[in-house]
Design a protein around this ligand. Structure first.
Ligand SMILES: C[S@@+](CC[C@H](N)C(=O)[O-])C[C@H]1O[C@@H](n2cnc3c(N)ncnc32)[C@H](O)[C@@H]1O
Length: 291
């Protein structure tokens, strides 16, 4: 497992694990995470998935529990939903939702742990699940093949694995910061560089013993899918993402000023007729573990 750059103080670079970096990113986001496109997106995602009353569901990187609380009313008392996440503040939001619905206590359990190392999670019995869901988190994780193989161990034969990843045109400012970090030797918190089309992840799933039943394009915000950005618009989005990365200590404080020429290089690679096409969608895969 490699380590990620973490800029604790100006010019002072430390190294952290992916798990620690995720916590640093999501602790500050927890309080208003649900005031975003996520709840509506998760509702549409979970409608695609469909759950059955007796399902045992594992919600990985469950965050504030959006997938959990969408599924929970359908799950009977002999079903179960276990949510696992790294970030205490995100889990605390989920716990408050659970406390507001005491009838769900029998069915829902929340655990703080690393989803890439379920083996060491003593609170999780290794009894296979019917459904594993991991939404809006997979590109934060390190080793795609090993992660899928690891999760497959927690699924029944023919059990379903649901994962989404951003489309290749989804967050150009994110792709730019990732590419610049690569050039500068900074291991950044997310990696989308391997996503070329909807087929990129299909190949990963199939190589790890899954049949992809459906691969669907799902808009982040319903009806607000495609836009064209000029250089100035993309640069201001890039500035915002750098600002957040600086606040989360993922890049050094002087990153924006220092990387302006690299931003222009990246812009030139992406732009067609001086515009970058943004398609704010995710690819949602519903895959079945081969028996
Ligand atoms: C964008 S949020 C997604 C939350 C939820 N699935 C949703 O769609 O609203 C990403 C979550 O991934 C979690 N995460 C990232 N890496 C993790 C890891 N290695 N183990 C556990 N959780 C992790 C973060 O703590 C954060 O809550």
């Amino acid at each position: 497992m490699s380590t990620y750059a973490y800029f604790a103080k100006a010019g002072d670079r430390a190294d952290k694990s992916q798990y620690e970096v995720a916590i640093a990113m999501y602790e500050p986001r927890a309080a208003d995470y649900d005031d975003s496109w996520h709840p509506d997106y998760t509702r549409r995602l979970m409608d695609l998935v469909g759950v059955h009353p007796r399902d045992r569901i594992l919600s990985l990187a469950c965050g504030t529990g959006l997938e959990i609380f969408h599924a929970a009313p359908t799950i009977a008392d002999d079903g179960a939903i276990i949510g696992i996440d790294a970030t205490k503040a995100m889990l605390q939001v989920a716990q408050r939702k659970l406390d507001a619905h005491p009838s769900l206590h029998r069915r829902v359990r929340l655990i703080q742990h690393d989803i890439t190392d379920l083996e060491s999670c003593s609170a999780l019995e290794k009894r296979p699940f019917d459904l594993i869901v991991c939404s809006n988190a997979f590109v934060l994780l390190e080793d795609r093949d090993a992660t899928i193989a690891h999760w497959a161990e927690y699924l029944k034969p023919n059990g379903r694995l649901v994962i989404d990843i951003p489309g290749e045109q989804s967050i150009p400012e994110g792709t730019i910061i990732e590419n610049i970090c690569k050039k500068l030797g900074i291991k950044f918190a997310s990696d989308r560089s391997w996503i070329r089309s909807i087929d990129s992840f299909r190949a990963v799933l199939e190589s790890q013993g899954f049949d992809v039943k459906t691969a669907t394009v799902l808009e982040k915000r319903s009806g607000k899918d495609v836009k064209l950005l000029d250089a100035g618009q993309l640069e201001s989005q890039f500035e915002k993402v750098v600002q957040t990365a600086v606040e989360n200590k993922l890049v050094p404080p002087d990153f924006y000023d220092k990387t302006k020429p690299l931003f222009i290089e990246e812009w030139n690679k992406m732009a067609v007729d001086n515009k970058v096409r943004v398609c704010e969608s995710l690819y949602v895969y519903i895959a079945e573990k081969r028996a």
